[in-house]
Design a protein around this ligand. Structure first.
Ligand code: PLP
Length: 405
């Protein structure tokens, strides 16, 4: 089904605003996406109509808020086809989901010298939580290399597996290169060695249909703000068998069973991992965001975004001295590039003056920058509300800047 982009854009009022008197061209969707009206309205309605603290309330308003929050959990469960909603945990974001797994998984399953495998293209959120575990309990991080195209060397990843490997944790899609990693293959290899796999879906869940049962991944994490939802909500999907064995990450609030000074017991899933008052209002908004995406359809979104990616890549490559980082065939709609002699920061600043929002810098992937021996890149990342006309504005902006240097 082809998308009616003009109609879709009406759902996102910010897309009709201006920056420096130029129509906004928002190509920073990898960092965060814009929010459709239905999400903002769901949040407004929740505050105005049902606001009361969830779960422990006997009164009607609290029960209504609880019902809406739990409906959202069901929507999210269905979106990734998780078997049970108790396997869907609400956190603050991908980063917190990752820290939760690193902390609780390592506490339960890792001893000194045990190993976690990641790849050279990970976001810091999939590096630093494991490094903290290196300091706390002597866990070792092993890094699977990539080639110059930005493709994971899967044979090399397999060679890193030893009897000490406890988990493989990989990005589904690189936030810098756009590479779609062969996670089905990685999971198959890992499981043949009885090793669980964590998928960082922060850059994939908004572009590709994900079915955690079909994938058979053991953990999957993502952030709602990158999926057209509110800020401050992350998702952790985990197989029950692991989540039941793993100890709580934080204490207090709904995560308790019974508390006494002699002994405290813990609640069942998912509440065991949801300490304190949850951000139930934004959780309610999150459900709306996924309903909105589902209505448009991820297959249509992917094929339209691929069109934008192809067109923009072809046009950029016509520019002299421009180098794209991440040139594999199987990519999501992210383009990182540098033009020889122009600092990425200067390019970003000058595009901003033209109303064009891109991201510059290391993109929280400094080891990947080291791999390519660069400090940073300019990154344009597209969403389904972007247009070919916007790509044209962006390309002529880059050309103007190149001609000025
Ligand atoms: N992982 C990847 C691949 C990302 O792109 C990001 C954010 O850019 C994160 C993790 C961290 O997400 P958040 O900052 O929402 O926790």
């Amino acid at each position: 089904m082809s998308l009616n982009i003009n109609e879709i854009r009406k759902d996102f009022p910010i897309l009709s605003t201006s920056i420096y008197n130029k129509p906004l061209v928002y190509f920073d969707n990898g960092a965060t996406t814009q929010k459709p009206r239905c999400v903002v309205e769901a949040i407004e309605n929740a505050y105005y109509q049902v606001n009361a603290n969830v779960h422990r309330g006997v009164h009607t308003l609290s029960q209504r808020a609880t019902d809406l929050m739990e409906e959202s959990r069901e929507t999210i469960k269905d979106f990734i086809n998780a078997p049970h909603s108790r396997e869907v945990i609400f956190t603050k974001g991908t980063t917190e989901s990752m820290n939760l797994v690193a902390h609780s998984f390592c506490q339960q399953y890792c001893n000194e010298g045990d190993e976690i495998i990641v790849t050279a293209m990970e976001h810091h959120a999939n590096i630093v939580p494991w490094q903290l575990q290196e300091q706390i309990r002597g866990v070792k991080l092993r890094v699977a290399p990539i080639n110059d195209k930005g493709e994971l060397l899967i044979d090399e990843l397999e060679k890193l597996i030893t009897p000490k490997t406890k988990l493989i944790s990989v990005a589904h899609v690189s936030n810098v290169l756009g590479t779609i990693n062969p996670i089905e293959k990685i999971i198959e290899i890992a499981h043949s060695h009885d090793i669980p796999v964590l998928i960082d879906a922060a850059q994939s869940v908004q572009h590709l249909p994900i079915d955690v049962q079909k994938l058979d991944c053991d953990f999957l994490v993502f952030s709602m703000h990158k999926v057209y939802g509110p800020t401050g909500i992350g998702i952790l999907y985990g197989k029950e068998k692991y989540l039941n064995e793993m100890p709580p990450y934080q204490g207090g609030g709904e995560m308790i069973g019974h508390v006494s000074f002699a002994k405290t017991t813990f609640n069942e899933l998912p509440f065991k991992f949801e300490a304190g008052t949850p951000n139930y209002i934004d959780i309610i908004g999150s459900g709306e965001a996924l309903k909105y995406i589902k209505k448009i359809g991820l297959d249509s979104i992917k094929s339209y975004e691929d069109e934008l990616l192809r067109y923009c890549t072809d046009e950029l490559l016509k520019i002299d001295n421009l180098h794209i980082y991440g040139t594999v065939e199987n990519k999501c709609s992210v383009i990182s590039f540098l033009v020889k002699g122009i600092h990425h920061y200067d390019m970003g600043m000058m595009l901003d003056k033209m109303g064009i929002a891109v991201r510059t810098g290391h993109h929280c992937a400094q080891p990947l920058m080291d791999r390519f021996e660069i400090e940073g890149t300019v990154r344009a990342s597209f969403a389904f509300y972007n247009t070919i006309e916007e790509v044209d504005i962006f390309i002529s902006g880059v050309k103007r800047i190149v001609s000025m240097f």
